[in-house]
Design a protein around this ligand. Structure first.
Ligand code: NDP
Length: 332
């Protein structure tokens, strides 16, 4: 099995030297074990946090050991009656092309007619559920409200824009890092307005795009985006803090927003969340999303990088915005 390991903890931006690719000889299958040929593995921003040893909500990657993360693959050898050869499975043994463990580490999922199983790593999986939980449980989106989402052209962001609309939002505004992404948000994803945060300050652009203010802010970016959103929040507005990717690779001290008094004046509320505390919503989400998906109401993009040997590049690319929609690595 070809596997990717973390060998040093990055300070600031990770580099290729922080990782190594190794070949691991797998043992014979034990009782109740299965061997899975991974088809796709996920690279996600939260993995940057696990490369550091700072205390967090998920334990850090262990130096010199194979990293893990979401993956989908097919059972190629089995000593478990529950998971016969050929079963498509979703699991957490990514960063390797072949995974082997007790059957309990894998969950059987249905083959998707006419769609790639990688969608289980994105819109039909963790990132889609994150968008749904943030909008419903955390921000309590109500019909007719105006939503602003930062990082709108990414995996979570494209889901937020569409789910907000399907839940009855009024105006939906997004931000992204290129003119191509901004055009895509408006043309493919149904955003009413979008801005390129690299061409002018978010604060100026957002004020122009949200003349009626914003009721729900879904933040994937932090920093300048959060500050700009606070400026335009309507009274009783809610801010769901999902991510702060603008800060994941900086070594500078992050500056806080200069407009916090707006929380008092406007009775705003802000709440951070991690998906792990809301997995009880998965059933409800899967039900709703399968219906929307089957009805053709859901668009998606994936940026697919080929080969486990390019997984580190895929991860670094994700941090720089090389992806549109979900970034995945094809491992078969
Ligand atoms: P994305 O697909 O959105 O990929 C990351 C994107 O971030 C890039 O495409 C890039 O797009 C953008 N980006 C990178 N640097 C900056 C910057 N300095 N300023 C603005 N944008 C930047 O990843 P995900 O959809 O998987 O994750 C999105 C966010 O959600 C992340 O912050 C992640 O940590 C968070 N998250 C949180 C969860 C939770 O439980 N709270 C669960 C899942 C995700 P661009 O070209 O537009 O710059």
């Amino acid at each position: 099995s070809t596997q990717v390991q973390l060998v040093s903890r990055p300070d600031g931006w990770p580099t290729a030297e922080d990782f190594r690719t190794v070949t691991v000889q797998l043992d014979d299958l034990g009782e109740n074990q299965v061997r899975v040929a991974n088809e796709f593995m996920s690279v996600d921003p939260y993995m940057r946090g696990r490369m550091s040893d700072a205390k967090s909500y998920i334990p850090p990657f262990v130096l010199g050991e194979t990293m893990d993360g979401g993956a989908v693959g097919r059972v190629v050898a089995s000593r478990s009656a529950d998971l016969p050869v050929g079963t498509l499975v979703l699991h957490q043994l990514g960063w390797r092309d072949v995974a082997q463990a007790d059957a309990g580490a894998f969950r059987a999922v249905a083959d998707l007619p006419g769609a790639s199983p990688s969608l289980y790593l994105g819109i039909l999986g963790m990132t889609g559920l994150t968008a749904y939980v943030g909008l419903t449980e955390i921000a309590h989106l109500a019909p007719g409200e105006t939503v602003f989402v930062s990082g709108a052209a990414g995996a979570v962001g494209t889901a937020v824009g569409q789910i907000a609309r399907l839940l009855g939002a009024g105006r939906v505004i997004g931000s992204a890092g290129s003119d191509e992404k901004v055009a895509l948000l408006k043309e493919k994803y149904g955003f009413d307005a979008a801005l390129n945060y690299k061409t002018a300050p978010v604060r100026e652009q957002l004020a122009e795009l949200a003349p009626g203010g914003v009721d729900v802010f879904f933040d994937n970016v932090g920093g300048d985006h959060l500050e700009a959103a606070i400026d335009v929040m309507n009274d009783h507005g809610r801010l769901a803090l999902c991510g702060a990717i603008s800060q994941y690779n900086t070594t500078d001290t992050a500056e806080g927003p200069d407009n916090m008094v707006k929380f008092i004046k406007g009775s705003l509320s802000m709440r951070g969340f991690t998906l792990g505390n809301h997995l009880d919503k998965a059933g409800e989400y899967n039900e709703k999303m399968s219906e929307w998906f089957a009805d053709g109401e859901i668009q998606y993009d994936e940026t697919v990088v080929d080969g486990i040997e390019n997984a580190v590049d895929a991860f670094l690319g994700l941090m720089r915005g090389a992806n549109t929609g979900k970034m995945v690595v094809r491992t078969s």
